[in-house]
Design a protein around this ligand. Structure first.
Ligand code: B1M
Length: 222
């Protein structure tokens, strides 16, 4: 059985969506994340095991390779697509409560900023690691973050910014969130953001890449 889970992990790692998918070329004609996830469920493997011992294992490998510049954005997007295709089979088990999510993570690109490619990658990696993600989109204002935090109790929140002119908005957003929800944990990231900046604005965590954020979030619930 662990062989089947390893194969699922491999499909995620290399972005093999389904049998018909031509990518990656060396896996052409083979079953992908879609067929293998269905097969595992049909053989009685629990959705929880498929998630934690198959899909998440593959996603973690992608995250590490991306951090080390061994793969790039297009490969990560293929992995995310393979993951979301497999997740369609697991969704009913999530909804029934049989599969436990690690927690909720709210993310948005801050007010004034329309860049969303990095934020979307972060969302996909966090979701692929077993978290429920609430994506507020781009140009998200303090009151929108606060409203989402009130709606999703105990959620973690992440702010993304790509411009030096918008990263300053992280400070007022962080303050507003902490005023409204004093226990809130705010993580920040994006190309111009640094850990020094994070300290100055009173946020709780800085991650330079999606894998760093996943590691931070996982450490909070371990
Ligand atoms: Co813009 N842009 N852009 N742009 N753009 C940059 C960011 C810029 C560096 C280009 C340059 O001048 N060299 C520059 C910013 C300069 C600065 O402030 N330091 C810039 C500018 C100036 C602008 C405009 C002002 C241009 C203009 O109109 N005059 C304008 C602003 C619009 C606005 O937001 N209000 C603008 C517009 C745009 C487009 C719309 C054309 C487009 C965005 C499309 C989109 O996102 N849907 C765009 C793009 C594509 C870029 C570049 C080329 C690429 C950004 C990107 O997607 N990178 C960028 C130059 C560059 O980076 N080479 C540039 C890939 C992405 C995977 O990386 O987003 O860094 P990144 O995310 C990473 C990490 O940062 C991290 O994980 C991701 C994966 O590793 N991360 C987090 C991100 N968020 C995180 C959150 C976390 C943790 C990690 O925790 C919460």
């Amino acid at each position: 059985m662990s062989e089947l889970l390893s194969k699922i992990a491999e499909c995620i790692e290399f972005g093999k969506i389904n049998k018909a998918a031509p990518y990656p070329p060396n896996m052409k004609g083979q079953d992908g994340a879609d067929e293998l996830t269905r097969q595992a469920l049909d053989e009685g493997v629990s959705a929880q095991r498929i998630l934690t011992e198959g899909l998440m294992v593959g996603m973690e490998k992608v995250g590490i390779k991306f951090r080390e510049n061994k793969v790039f954005v297009p490969q990560v997007l293929m992995s995310a697509k393979a993951m979301s295709t497999a997740m369609i089979h697991l969704k009913p088990f999530f909804l029934s409560g049989e599969v436990k999510e690690k927690g909720t993570f709210i993310i948005g690109t801050v007010e004034g900023d329309l860049h969303d490619i990095g934020k979307n990658l972060v969302s996909m990696m966090v979701e692929g690691n077993g978290w429920k993600v609430v994506d507020l989109g781009t140009d998200v204002k303090a009151d929108q973050f606060v409203a989402a935090m009130k709606e999703h109790q105990n959620a973690f929140v992440g702010l993304s910014a790509l411009l030096t002119t918008t990263m300053v908005n992280m400070e007022k957003i962080t303050k507003a969130i902490k005023e409204a929800v004093p226990d809130a944990k705010v993580a920040v990231g994006g190309a111009p953001v640094t850990d020094d900046f994070r300290k100055r604005i009173g946020a709780d965590a800085y991650a330079p890449d999606p894998q760093g954020l996943v590691e931070y979030l996982n450490s909070q619930v371990a």
